[in-house]
Design a protein. Structure first.
Length: 281
């Protein structure tokens, strides 16, 4: 027995007793296009063609029955047709519960979005019947499904966001090794705030300023450096490389705790007087 499904479309209560011809036909076409998109295609051609075996209107609803036929008459498609219908109906049932199914691909999204949008205004109800099971899509569930798709698209867009850029500035870092980048001398450094490992590429002037490259590892290992130049950020927005045009040693300063405690920051003022002075400045 060939796999079949029946689609029935009802008009919206505010659109009168009858569906418009375009709404009825396009709803059917989008649903069948969505169904066909769930077929596993090897190569560039499909093995299944969905043929119209029945169509009638018992006004106001409009009903069609589509049945799976093989494109090549000598090839059996019963198993693939059954799997296609199962995946399609499972996707519809999941969507109208407000969840985006993981097995919906890009080919399916466009027709599904169109018939869901139509189901929120011009079409009052769409029923998909497979054997004795009926999936009923009404405006409220169509909206829920549309929101699930929109949320999924926002997440995908955010994941695909490319934050690569270059800006000019200074970065404080700690040297932990020497390396080369595109045959240029470079330092392997840790960015002070994030702790990320970076490559600090040195131009000729900076390399000469830092001294003999053969002594860099000995001299600069564990030292603090302020590198200034082009800062290159990766797709995730984090700093990946510094093209240094200048670099300055930032020696660690040991400060006695008692000296910090003896500092008179307020200079005899009360806290409120000091804050007032800052606000006025």
């Amino acid at each position: 027995m060939k796999q079949a499904l029946t689609i029935t479309v009802y008009p919206a209560s505010l659109s009168g007793d009858y569906l418009s011809v375009s709404d009825a036909m396009r709803q059917m076409l989008d649903l069948v296009d969505a169904l066909a998109s769930f077929e596993s295609v090897e190569g560039s051609s499909r093995k299944i063609v969905w043929r119209l075996v029945d169509a009638h209107t018992n006004s106001p609803p409009f009903t069609i029955t589509a049945q799976a036929y093989p494109v090549d008459p000598v090839v059996s498609v019963s198993f693939e047709a059954q799997r296609t219908v199962q995946d399609f109906t499972a996707a519809m049932q999941t969507l109208i519960q407000g969840v985006m199914p993981s097995w919906i691909d890009d080919d399916s999204i466009a027709p599904i979005k169109r018939f869901l949008r139509r189901n929120q205004n011009a079409v009052g109800r769409t029923e998909i019947t497979i054997d004795d099971e009926i999936i009923s899509i009404v405006p409220s569930t169509a909206k829920l499904a549309s929101l699930a798709i929109a949320k999924s698209e926002i997440v995908l867009e955010a994941e695909a966001l490319d934050l690569r850029h270059t800006e000019y500035g200074s970065v404080e870092c700690i040297v932990f090794g020497i390396t080369r980048w595109n045959n240029k001398p470079a330092l392997s450094v840790l960015e002070r705030l994030s702790g990320d490992k970076l490559t600090c590429v040195l131009n000729e002037d900076v390399a000469e300023k830092l001294g003999n490259s053969r002594k860099w590892e000995e001299v600069w290992q564990g030292r603090r450096l302020l590198a200034t130049g082009a800062l290159h950020y990766g797709q995730d927005g984090s700093l990946k490389r510094i093209d240094a045009e200048d670099a300055d040693d930032l020696p660690f300063t040991i400060v006695d705790l008692h000296e910090l405690q003896s500092l008179d920051i307020l200079q005899g003022r009360s806290v409120s007087e000091h804050l007032q002075l800052l606000r006025e400045e």
